[in-house]
Design a protein around this ligand. Sequence first.
Ligand code: PHE
Length: 460
Amino acid sequence: MESTPSQPRDTWGSKLTFILAAAGSAIGLGNIWAFPTNTAANGGAAFVLVYLICVIFIGAPVMLAEFTIGRSARRNPVGAFKMLAPGTSWKILGGLGVATGVIILSFYAVIAGWTVAYILKCMVGTFKPGVDTLAIFEGMSGNPLSAIGYLLVFMALSVYVVVGGVRDGIERWTKVLMPILLILLVLLGIRAVTLSGAKEGLAFYLKPDFSLINLKVVLAAAGQAFFSLSLGMGTMITYGSYIAKRDNLVSSTLWVGGLDTAIAILAGLIIFPTLFHAGLGLQEGGPGMVFVVLTSLLGEMPPAPIGGIIFGTGFFLLLGIAAITSSVSLLEVGVAYIVDEKRISRKKAGLMLGGMAFVLGIPSALGNGAVSWLTDLPGIGKDFLSFLFVVFGQYSLAIGAMLISIFVGWKWGVKAASAEVESEGNVFRFRRIWSFLVRFLCPITLAVILINMLWGVITG
Ligand code: PHE
């Protein structure tokens, strides 16, 4: 997909290929790792409810906005803002996206590295009934050598996919693999909800306690929506730049958003019943919670012990692949920018940014038991990885999404954006609602939340 602004840009082979690629970016650790982790930290069902509202009213409109920018400009995010708003500072927003992508990738690859480790552990039958899955997790994440080693392995894989020309192959494979992941999730979910103690977990997950909703929960939910849908940093601008003019952007948005949300909800249905069944604490293991909980379910998969081995190996393998298609998209924003604007080769750009993300990832890798001050940052009360996740995976994406909606709503204009959606005779369903959402609801809600959060930080 190499191209320069002067050449006609490649487009996706078909609409299905595009939806798969965009869904590949969206579906990943955000659904299966971050969503349950955030739900646990923010009170359960109340968070889930706010999350769904955010996806529908803020996430989906912003996704459509990103697609229109990308397809109209046919450039990377920095170049797109330069082209649609020449001579203005809007291009800085593209730069913010490039930086955010590299930083998110730095910790994303740490967690994805754990999935690599877990493929191996499952294959050798580590997760027998009754094993201490927390101790197993801590044994891996607390060892500096393996923590950094798995990070390196995953980062190298991502760079290889971005620069090695195997991307098309991966995308073809995801057509087959993602449905299998879905089936595995459903089977694990069925086992989870039939465990003893599942009821308690389901209540925590599905019965909202409205008194728990506050600004922090709303921001976390909005941030989670952007993270999970790959919004607010130009990923969908970049992917949108390869969409053919004849494709309908509204239905693409609905497909990508719907698939992504379905997988997240399913992940929670597995995690919470199992967590309560196993008698684990909600915060147990911090960023490792999902790994600790999921593997405790493996011992319950029939027929023992083969069931656990098959389900475990299959699950972590597919999760690793889902994570690769996401990490590739995190890297792609910066790579597309450097290739388009700086005329540096794809290979050099990928190696450079991947190398940066690897170095930046080291403290996140060491902050899960290997180095104590990184595990419990003084004055912050979080590990380094969780800290980066909140600042860049949530705040930075929320700021980016707010500015993108202001850009489309007020600078470039909903008229121009709508014309883009309607190109080649496409019908723009929801046009008026969408215009209202990007002009008013998205920017105002996000501004109110962010200002309040900032105020809270300033006034302590
Ligand atoms: N959406 C991806 C996931 O859920 C992560 C991601 C965030 C990818 C932002 C690109 C941009 O795993």
